[in-house]
Design a protein. Sequence first.
Length: 173
Amino acid sequence: MHRRGVVKIASECRVRSLSFSNYREMIASIEDILAVARSSLNRVSANEAAQLSDGTAVLVDIRPFEQRSRDGGIPGALVIDRNVFEWRLDPASPYRVPEIEGYDQLIIVVCNEGYASSLAAKSLQDLGLRRATDLIDGFVAWRAAGLPIGPAHSATVGRGPRAMIEPNQAARD
């Protein structure tokens, strides 16, 4: 059974229509979705992120292992694979990491160039983490600013959906 409906990302989005089986669906481009996501973020520069990570914010690196292995890691950053990201950072999730203490926490998401991190940070805001944001231009900007780079670390908790930890295990560890 097909549903008729329009998903409106935001009133300012440019929308294209496609026809599937006599139905018209409205879709937005990834550029539109990215612009809407970024409109709710207070994005930070590499220097601001470094300053805030000294106790005010949790820095979360979502770059794939291959990129971290090649380019290095951000010292002190929490490394979480994108496929389990929301479960690890949702304060209400039994699978959250212990570093997540509540909905008012400042979380700065880092990807390689600042695109995927914007979408991920918006996802956290949708979960109620209203202060979630991301690093403008990602790890590339971190490196260009001459900020510390250390060895790559493995993901903090598991890889893939089967790597879910037991509920509340993170709180016990």
